[in-house]
Each structure stands twice: as structure tokens, then as C-alpha cells.
Design a binder for this molecule. Sequence first.
Ligand SMILES: [Mg+2]
Length: 358
Amino acid sequence: MTPSRQHTVSQVTASQATPVQTTGDQTMGDQTTGDQTMGGLAGPPAFRRPPRVFRGYALDLDGTVYLGGKLLPGAAETIASIRAEGSRLVFLTNNPLRSPASYARALSSLGIPAEPGDVVTPLGVLTAYLAGRHPGRPVLTVAEPLVDETLAAAGIPVTSHPAEAGVVVVSFDRTFSYDKLLSAYRAVRHSGAVIVATNPDPFCPTPDGGLPDCAAMLAAVEACTEARAEAIMGKPSEHMAAELLRRLGVEAGEAAIVGDRISTDVAMSRSMGMTSVLVLSGVTAADEAASSPQHPDYVIDGIAALLPDELLPDAPRPTEGSSDDRVRVHADPARPDRGQPDRRLPGDPPVWFALCRV
Ligand SMILES: [Mg+2]
């Protein structure tokens, strides 16, 4: 291991971290889970690289694998090393506008071979949820065509008639209209349909300041129906967590979620007892990680530092964190029952991969 590799484990100083009450070795040496780690220790995160290889990894995409249209340093090499070790791996996104196949093609074009089944989006979670919770019930959608196509492909009946609907699915919909709202209203108020939403995000980041996302359409439907969604897919929901574990095929204690957002990636790991690894290559800066009420099990400055020393890729190291090259976030509170959304400032680095425009 080179000195530079050691240096990448954390850029958090002791003064920022304050009392560290557990270490990576203590956490993982007895194979305990993230939940067990944090349950009795209300301290800041252990600013260390995970000391072992997990059997399953769930990697957030934006801010973890790539940023600004480019792979982050060491991403391809780290993912190749994980696969070479025989571990399972899936990719996560909250964007319901693109299909897993589209993400897989894009990842492959960036040098990370991927199949559609490797990518967990809110739509994949949605179809699993509906098939399990509401089998055979016709679904009326407030959504773009991809949602209807995905449901139909999964054998879930889709209807445009409110009287037939058992479920109203609300998604990020750039074709949202009064007619759609009226149909949803009638399905819920008159026919007793339940509401399910694809993701909790209030807006989707774009280079020109963002677009209203699913939470905006959901708010309209909930307001006029006076009903609340029974479930919201996507991070940080337990539905997303359950689906990624199903895809990984490992127990929660053998899975690690790696992401750049404490409020979604780290929070979701807690719902199922997975281990969390926060990367400081995206929206969360070191000072925010230290002060957050959510405590990741491990904090590293980039995906290149994810694996134990002997498996670290020989790749460019992550940048050492000037605030100029990080995506900054607002600190405005999210609705407590909806988790924290993506909140980027206008003018932040564009991420072509995660853009709302398709
Ligand atoms: Mg992210």
C-alpha cells in the first residue's frame, strides 16, 4: 500500500470528528450489522475504510460512481475488484425517468459493464411492490409513458378509467395536467383506490436549476383527495432496501450501501440493518457528516477507498475536497415522513447521467 492510499481513507480531522466511539475493526470484526453498530453508540461515524469485503454492495450512482458526466476516480477499478472477489453488486438511483436498461448502457459506455438487472430504480421497486401488495389490481398512473410501459411489461394491468382503478401510481411526470389530476381524484375519492408514489424527491437537479419531481405531483393528488400515499418507493424507503437485498441475494449483515447522501443512502441502510459507507465525493461534505444525526458506519473520501488495502485499485485518487469541486446542498428540512430529497443549487455541476431531461 502506498502512503497516498492510506491518506484517502478520510479527510476528516480529529477536531471535526470529536469522540469516535467505535472503529471499523470493532464494527466488522464480529460481523455485526450497521444497525447493531449504531444502536448503542450515539457517536459520530467511524472515519475509516471498511476493513473487509462484503458479499453484496449497493452503489449509489450520482456522486458515488460518477459526477459531472465523468466517472469518479477509481470507480471502474473498484467495481472490477469487487466483482473479481465474487461479491454481488447493484446500482441505485431515485430517478424514475430512465429504465434500468438505459442506465446499464450508459454505465457500460463509461467502462463499467452492467446489465439491466444490475440497476435498481424506483420503477423496479414499484413493480415488485404492486405485484406483492396489490396483485391483479388495475393501476391508473399519473406518470410518463415509461411507467405504464414498465407496469405492462411486468404483467400489471393499467387502466385510464378511474372507476376501474385499485391503485393510483404517482410519478415524476413532466406531462402532468389537470385531466390527470382529475382522474386520480376520481379514482381515489370515488373508487377507493390507494396511492403509491415512485420517489420522494421534490425536484430533480438540472443544469438550469431543476425540475419539479414526484413529490410535487403527489402533493397535488394528496391535497385534492385528502388521502395520503400508502407507500413511496425509492431511497430511503424500506421497499427500495428490500428490493436491493433481493437482487443481491445476501443477508442484510453481508450487504453494504455506498452513497454520498446521509439522508437517503445512510438512512436506508438502517432500515434493514445493512452497513453504510458514506463517500465524500458528492453532496455531503466532511463537516456535514460529522454533525449529522445519521451516523454512517464508515466514511471515505471516494469510492476508490472502499476496499481493504490489498484490494485497492491502482487508480487516480479522489480529489482532496476543495469545496469548489463538491456539490453543495441546502440545509432546508425535508418532510419527516418523506426522507431527505435531492437538493442542489442552480449552477451546480451537471450530471448528465441523472438529468431529468431524457
Ligand atoms: Mg448520490
